[in-house]
Design a protein around this ligand. Structure first.
Ligand code: UD1
Length: 332
């Protein structure tokens, strides 16, 4: 069962799940996704996936889906994810991101569903003292309600597993997912003005926005711009398949672990712009602006634990991710 399966990461994970022999059942309320992504999935897969249009906070609806579909496991993507909006509407974020998780944690034992994979984020590390960050790097107090819901989600699962609930779970701390399916049939569909770098950059390249503003070039980094770990969404999708397979192989009644999912390499905003220009031949209009409040200077993952524990590694480069994203953007 893939909640948020019509969303950016969820839809790509559905494709990777099918490739690995799973049968994804999508649950999505389309609050921040489009039905046309289901058509895209059908085009890629050659058949229509089952999709339930429902809200994960609706415990009765979820119980019905559990009873009807008898899922082997859940990958819970469905969540609200706009940092700025979460500051304005904290309760929306606590409800959407945590109530839904508790709905599943209560339903799972009742329906004998054992495996759960939760999306969390490298935001839980704040600005770490040492780079790259391992899973043992201390979490810092969240700088937004969104970040807080992700840290609290991890803790809720940890406490449930510690109480001997019969649940096997993995939290995946994503770094910055970008890219699209190589067919350019599915990809990210931001609503309104994109807040994230790559969706904004793509709209500038497509002529939909005038110019990209680099938020800060006075950071203590080689070129002064902030550094992140940008991961191709398909590599990220494949980490979910590996996580589900690991959970399936565990004989223990209760299990919980956390993995960083990134590439292990940092790229600055200027690195990303330069790579985009090289790959596409487009000259991107950009200007330098002040730092964006709340942004950290740099972060990238140590992925040793995921490489060894999940038997997973990234296969796609930054250039490939930007090329795929650009070909997707041109279909919009
Ligand atoms: C953001 C979220 C994070 C979430 C992640 C999902 C914040 C503070 N954090 O991370 O919680 O998990 O998205 O991918 O929003 N940039 C520009 N110009 C732009 C847009 C961005 O220079 O127009 C810069 C930012 O300052 C940053 C980098 O690009 O240095 C990446 O920004 P973004 O794509 O928004 O991701 P994060 O802020 O890292």
């Amino acid at each position: 069962m893939v909640t948020g399966g019509a969303g950016f990461i969820g839809s790509h994970t559905a494709v990777s799940l099918v490739a690995a022999g799973f049968e994804p059942i999508i649950v999505d309320n389309f609050s921040n996704s489009e039905h046309k992504i289901l058509n895209g999935l059908e085009e890629i897969l050659g058949r229509r996936l089952t999709c339930h249009e429902a809200d994960c906070n609706d415990a009765d609806a979820m119980a019905q889906i559990f009873a009807a579909e008898k899922p082997a496991g859940i990958i819970h993507f469905a969540a609200s994810k706009a940092v700025g909006e979460s500051v304005q509407k904290p309760l929306l974020y606590y409800r959407n991101n945590l109530n839904s998780l508790m709905v599943f944690l209560e339903l799972m034992p009742r329906h004998n569903v054992r495996s759960l994979v939760l999306s969390t984020t490298c935001t839980v590390y704040g600005q770490p003292e040492h780079l790259p960050v391992t899973e043992a790097t201390p979490r810092l107090p969240a700088s937004s309600p969104y970040g807080n819901t992700k840290a609290m989600g991890e803790d809720i699962i940890r406490d449930c597993v510690a109480s001997q609930m019969p649940i096997k779970a993995i939290s995946l701390r994503y770094f910055n997912p970008i890219g699209a399916h190589s067919s350019a049939i599915i990809g990210e569909l931001p609503r309104g003005v994109p807040a994230n770098l790559v969706p904004y950059l793509l709209q500038v390249a497509a002529g939909k926005r005038e110019s990209l503003t680099i938020h800060g070039n006075d950071y203590n980094t080689p070129d002064g711009t902030a550094i992140r770990d940008y991961i191709h969404v398909i590599d990220l999708a494949e980490a979910h398949v590996s996580a589900l397979q690991l959970l399936g192989s565990k004989n223990a009644d209760s299990f919980y672990d956390i993995f960083n999912i990134g590439t292990g390499t940092g790229a600055s905003v200027l690195d990303l712009i330069n790579t985009f220009e090289q790959v596409t031949g487009i000259t991107l209009p950009y200007m330098l602006g002040p730092r964006r409040p709340g942004d950290i200077e740099q972060i990238y993952a140590d992925v040793t634990k995921a490489t060894e524990g999940l038997n997973w590694k990234t296969k796609r480069s930054l250039a490939e991710a930007l090329d795929d994203a650009w070909r997707w953007q041109q279909t919009l």
